[in-house]
Design a protein around this ligand. Structure first.
Ligand SMILES: NC(=O)C1=CN([C@@H]2O[C@H](COP(=O)(O)OP(=O)(O)OC[C@H]3O[C@@H](n4cnc5c(N)ncnc54)[C@H](O)[C@@H]3O)[C@@H](O)[C@H]2O)C=CC1
Ligand SMILES: O=C1[C@@H](O)[C@H](O)[C@@H](O)[C@H](O)[C@H]1O
Length: 337
């Protein structure tokens, strides 16, 4: 049986996910899409050479009898509404990160899913599916470097647009580290502080960039994450784990080593599409397989909530400049691993 998918939002990642679901992955096809820019949606399907119903309203996708499961790839502020609507319709939903813009919004989704009685939500946290992060986690769980003491991370984008604001560095970008570092360390955050170095001249008036976020975890691990979204040189994700007996680093993406014109070097990636292309494939194949098996196993609405609890504390720390506590509620039995 082919799983019939509806996709809400046919922009950059929406088109990537439509392409992979139809042309790369097994067992699913896109039968309906929506976008507030309907003409843009039609043009996107034409470019992808894919036939599907086109709607302006995401709720028409969710409620279409032709749609078995939903992918939410529209802008961040729309995720809560569409995910809640998919739950109300009893349809499995893959919601790109962030699940919602606040912990309160994520909690509404958690409560709705628990009331439904069965997991329906997978959040688009793809880094735990990335081969490099999985290799890094194995080093930690195998005890190869001893207990982790410190993590030094960087989340660097080449550039962002005028609509990208200082708070989005937390809710839209750091949200990946807030999820994957919990998974990597099997720990939760205790407190957070945000400091602002000198702002790059490549930023715009509504964005203080870069930022450095400093965490302490419940086990006492100290984590620093540099968020630099106008780094200019490329798309660069770094994660170094300093243990009691050694250091392990996220591997660099494989690239040809060039010797030319008296220079030696490697090309750097410039886009998330390429850096995590395999992880996106794996996470969405897992979603398709799990929906068909009737049991979701990927990043849950609780994972989305937990990341958002930490994000809320980061937003407070952005304005206070103080060390802010992260009050993580206990995981409900419904979401026990
Ligand atoms: N997991 C990852 O690494 C990535 C996740 N994302 C997430 O995916 C989402 C989309 O990001 P991009 O594709 O980069 O943005 P984009 O701006 O390229 O595309 C978003 C699309 O959503 C549409 N849209 C906005 N409101 C809508 C609504 N109410 N109904 C239907 N469509 C609507 C817009 O018209 C646009 O076509 C964001 O939430 C972002 O956080 C984006 C890039 C990478
Ligand atoms: O999720 C993503 C984008 O939405 C976000 O804007 C980027 O900063 C991240 O690197 C990318 O993975």
């Amino acid at each position: 049986m082919t799983l019939k998918l509806g996709v809400i939002g046919t922009g950059a990642i929406g088109q990537e996910h439509i392409r992979r679901c139809n042309n790369v992955l097994q067992g699913a096809k896109v039968v309906a899409v929506s976008d507030i820019n309907v003409e843009g949606a039609r043009a996107a399907l034409q470019r992808l050479n894919i036939q599907a119903e086109v709607y302006q309203d995401g709720h028409q996708v969710i409620n279409s009898p032709e749609v078995d499961a939903v992918l939410v790839t529209s802008w961040d502020p729309t995720h809560e509404e569409f995910t809640l609507a998919a739950i109300a319709a009893g349809k499995p939903v893959f919601c790109e990160k962030p699940l919602a813009l606040s912990a309160e919004g994520c909690r509404r989704i958690v409560d709705a899913e628990i009331a439904h009685g069965k997991r329906l939500v997978q959040v688009g946290f793809m880094r735990p599916y990335d081969a490099g992060y999985r290799a890094l986690k194995k080093v930690i769980t195998d005890g190869d470097i001893g207990e982790p003491l410190m993590l030094h991370c960087a989340h660097r984008n080449q550039s962002v647009g005028e609509n990208y604001t200082t708070d989005m560095a937390i809710t839209n970008t750091l949200i990946h580290e807030l999820d994957v570092l919990r998974w990597l360390t099997e720990d939760d955050y205790k407190s957070v502080q945000v400091v602002f170095p000198r702002t790059t001249s490549k930023s715009h008036a509504k964005l203080k960039d870069p930022q450095i976020v400093l965490f302490e975890t419940q086990k006492g691990i100290r984590i620093d994450v540099e968020i630099f979204v106008n780094c200019a040189y490329g798309y660069d994700i770094q994660c170094e784990v300093v243990g009691e007996e050694g250091i392990a680093r996220l591997p660099e993406p494989s690239a040809i080593q060039m010797r030319k014109d008296a220079r030696l070097g490697n090309a750097l990636l410039t886009d998330w599409k390429d850096r995590f292309i395999d992880a996106y494939d794996v996470e969405l194949q897992a979603f398709i397989n799990d929906v068909k098996a009737g049991q979701l196993s990927g990043p849950s609405a609780w994972d989305g909530f937990a990341a958002s609890v930490a994000a809320d504390a980061c937003l407070k720390a952005q304005t206070s400049g103080a060390i802010e506590p992260v009050a993580m509620p206990p995981r409900p039995a419904f979401y026990q691993k």
